[in-house]
Design a protein. Structure first.
Lengths: 293, 284
């Protein structure tokens, strides 16, 4: 798409673009280039100079059992977060869509946790399940279940998944409800007149018509689980126990800033960059299709 | 929305089951926040001897004033001010540079225009989390650690908003530009008097989304603010925990958690329509 009517000159547009170009060059392109450059070096043990190793950092990473484990952890974590937050949101959206009145009220009640930062959500859930003072952990103890996410890897993973999904339900609910309300009533009522029960209607009409929304949310939620959940993991488990909740972004941080292994951290950044790139391409391909039909 | 949806909505028991299901959802969403609120109104001994009470106590003013005025490492009021400056800086900065560059890209033809557009477009792909180490070094070399500009600039360097305004400007009718030119308006007069007023709703919707985005930043402030008086509230909460968690000052920490969510929640609820619009716009 292009404008037919435009203004003349190049000084003014250059000036108008300048702030964004300068900021993007200094704080985006230069660091991104640095990440790629650093990923090909290793520092000597004293940190005085660095040695070129080409793709050595990547080779090392791909052979490193901890890095591979982090890949698996990320896959499990992001699948669980996506399924839980989308599942609960879809369930609530279907219920709200069935109401003749009041779906707006429930929407107001359900969307605002979107505003709660992942790191704050982490603190809230860590407080409930804290092994010493946590109310939920205490009642679980009364029921005979000894909760301890500080030692138990599965419980740690479960807790970060629930805390990450919790605030995300709002976002998914909003999009699912909008998607459901866009489905023409007449189609559903016609099916109902033909005697189709709720589940049949859902399977054959609602679900297929909702699939663009579902696919969009799938991509967006995976991106969320990859990057924005850092706050949840840092506040609740700090990647533990035994790295059971160390997702890829957390490892970039802990290797780069805690262990100061810059080469490896940069190489991990580059791998993540490729992953985000792939996700973005998938998302844009999909959006193009949606625009065309 | 039509009011004659009668066929497929449940009545009687089914109707109440629907409400019941939704209320369970609402309770699940509210429960963690309720507990945090209760914890922020009771005394430390009430929390450390579980189970803690499930109804608010009478220590509201004590805990909140202690948090705001002294906090643990720094007064929470200071941290909130830092968060506000950072959130507004990111929001306003990003909106301003995106408006002008989208105007340049859409309304002018100049050499390299397409390249600039794609360079800016590339930044859509790479969140700050991925380039933390080299960006940190840039900030350190500029001496911008523990400063507002260090908090703000790296988070402005992304093109989401530019892309959004470009899409919007393309829908503005050419007749308006034509008329402005006939009347002898300069490009900047057109920008100020026609384009900006027309973009008001888009700007407001983006403002809501960016404010929440800026306020809720965690990893970046964690890296570059080592001085407690420069901490933002969202990252400052974690810093309030001592190494051994039995000594954590729970009432003050939970009061801080509540304070950290109040401003963005107010923004979402009071500007719900703009918020929803902003979400939908920025994901398109």
């Amino acid at each position: 798409m292009e404008k037919r009517v435009i203004f003349k000159g190049w000084m003014l547009p250059a000036l108008l673009l300048l702030p964004q170009i300068v900021i993007t060059a200094i704080f985006f392109f230069y660091p991104a280039g640095q990440a790629i450059w650093q990923s090909m070096f290793v520092p000597d043990p004293f940190g005085l100079k660095t040695q070129f190793v080409g793709l050595g950092n990547f080779e090392y990473l791909l052979g490193d059992p901890y890095y591979r484990a982090s890949f698996v952890t990320t896959a499990i974590f992001s699948s669980l977060v996506t399924v839980v937050s989308m599942g609960v949101a879809l369930y609530l959206a279907i219920l709200a869509d069935r109401l003749i009145k009041g779906s707006g009220t429930y929407r107001t009640l359900l969307i605002w946790p979107y505003a709660v930062a992942p790191a704050v959500a982490g603190v809230l859930w860590m407080f409930m399940f804290n092994t010493r003072v946590g109310v939920v952990a205490w009642y679980l103890g009364v029921l005979g279940y000894d909760w301890n996410h500080v030692l138990n890897e599965a419980e740690a993973m479960g807790l970060v998944v629930v805390a990450s999904s919790w605030g995300r339900i709002s976002y998914n609910f909003l999009f699912f409800l909008a998607g459901l309300q866009a489905i023409p009533r007449s189609v559903i009522e016609a099916a109902a007149i033909d005697g189709a029960k709720f589940w049949t209607r859902f399977r054959t009409i609602v679900w297929p018509l909702l699939s663009p929304t579902t696919f969009f949310l799938l991509v967006v939620n995976v991106v969320y689980a990859f990057f924005e959940t850092f706050g949840v993991i840092h506040t609740i488990t700090a990647g533990g126990p035994q790295q059971a909740t160390t997702i890829l972004v957390y490892k970039v941080y802990s290797d780069g800033f805690v262990s100061q292994d810059l080469g490896s951290s940069a190489a991990q950044s580059v791998i993540l960059l490729v992953l985000v790139g792939l996700l973005t391409v998938i998302q844009f391909k999909f959006i193009e299709r949606r625009v065309h039909y | 929305m039509s009011d004659h949806r009668g066929m497929v909505e449940k009545r009687g028991i089914g109707h109440w089951l629907t409400h019941f299901g939704l209320i369970i959802g609402v309770v699940f969403i509210f429960f963690p926040i309720w507990l945090a609120f209760v914890a922020s109104t009771v005394t430390q001994p009430e929390i450390v001897r579980p189970p803690m009470p499930l109804l608010p106590g009478d220590q509201f003013f004590e805990n909140y004033s202690k948090a705001l005025l002294s906090g643990v490492n720094a007064p929470v009021a200071t941290m909130m001010l830092n968060s506000l400056v950072m959130a507004l800086g990111i929001t306003i900065g990003k909106i301003v540079i995106s408006l002008t560059s989208a105007f340049a890209i859409v309304y002018f033809r100049f050499p390299g225009r397409t390249i600039f557009f794609w360079l800016i477009f590339l930044t859509l792909m790479l969140p700050v989390e991925v380039r933390i180490v080299p960006t940190y070094e840039v900030i350190a070399n500029f001496g911008m650690l523990n400063s507002y500009s260090g908090l703000i600039f790296p988070l402005i360097a992304s093109a989401t908003a530019t892309f959004l305004f470009r899409q919007f400007f393309l829908t503005v009718p050419d007749e308006l530009t034509e008329a402005a030119r006939v009347d002898g308006a300069s490009p900047m007069q057109f920008f100020w008097h026609i384009l900006l007023p027309m973009s008001r709703t888009n700007i407001a919707a983006l403002f809501v989304i960016l404010f929440i985005y800026g306020w809720n930043q965690y990893l970046w402030p964690l890296l570059i603010t080592t001085d407690p008086s420069m901490n933002t509230i969202v990252m400052g909460i974690r810093q309030m925990f001592p190494s051994g968690d039995d000594l954590a000052d729970w009432p003050v920490i939970m009061a801080t958690s509540i304070l950290a969510m109040v401003p963005p929640v107010i923004v979402v609820i009071s500007m719900q329509k703009l918020f929803i619009r902003g979400l939908v716009d920025s994901e398109k």
